[in-house]
Write a new protein. Structure first.
Length: 171
């Protein structure tokens, strides 16, 4: 299907970031999104690729940035970096991942986007936030797209998510 999307001239193709199906039988098959994305990116040529959107609650921002840089290289600079606060509680419950309040998930996402952007744009990063910390963290190789892949912020909420998107999102 992704090769067809590429051949037909579609602009974008996305996978989702869930560990269990979000509809139907929750014990059904479900591939891990970022690994799948890398494989699909390697088998397409022009379509922009991404995860719609990465669940921040189970993707530590420094590790996500490394994953994103890798997929950006594999895809030849076609990654769209989708980031969201995380919403699907069954993912969290099934795998023992903390599921914070909506406000706390949103505030964690704010810091996560800041960490990711800093890693992409600085040779070494130090960050001292409430939820995430870095100390002279190197980041190489940088992404193909400069200063970073376009960031897509997914979510709702006028107090935290909309200002975050206005400040940092490209999409």
């Amino acid at each position: 299907m992704w090769q067809d999307a590429d051949t037909l001239g579609l602009d974008t193709a996305f996978v989702f970031d869930h560990f269990i199906p979000i509809q139907g039988d929750q014990s059904g098959p479900c591939f891990e999104g970022w690994t799948l994305l890398s494989a699909l990116a390697a088998h397409t040529q022009r379509v922009r690729v991404g995860v719609l959107v990465t669940g921040n609650t189970y993707r530590y921002p420094a590790v996500l940035a490394k994953m994103a840089a890798t997929v950006d290289h594999v895809s030849g600079g076609r990654l769209i970096l989708g980031m969201g606060a995380g919403w699907f509680e069954p993912d969290h419950t099934a795998y023992g991942i903390p599921f914070y309040t909506a406000g706390r998930r949103a505030r964690r996402l704010v810091e996560s986007v800041e960490v990711v952007k800093q890693l992409f744009t600085q040779p070494k990063s130090t960050f001292a936030g409430k939820y995430y910390q870095l100390k002279d963290a190197p980041f190489a190789p940088k992404s193909v797209q400069q200063p970073h892949p376009p960031i897509l912020v997914g979510g709702m909420g006028p107090k935290v998510i909309q200002p975050l998107a206005a400040r940092h999102a490209d999409i």
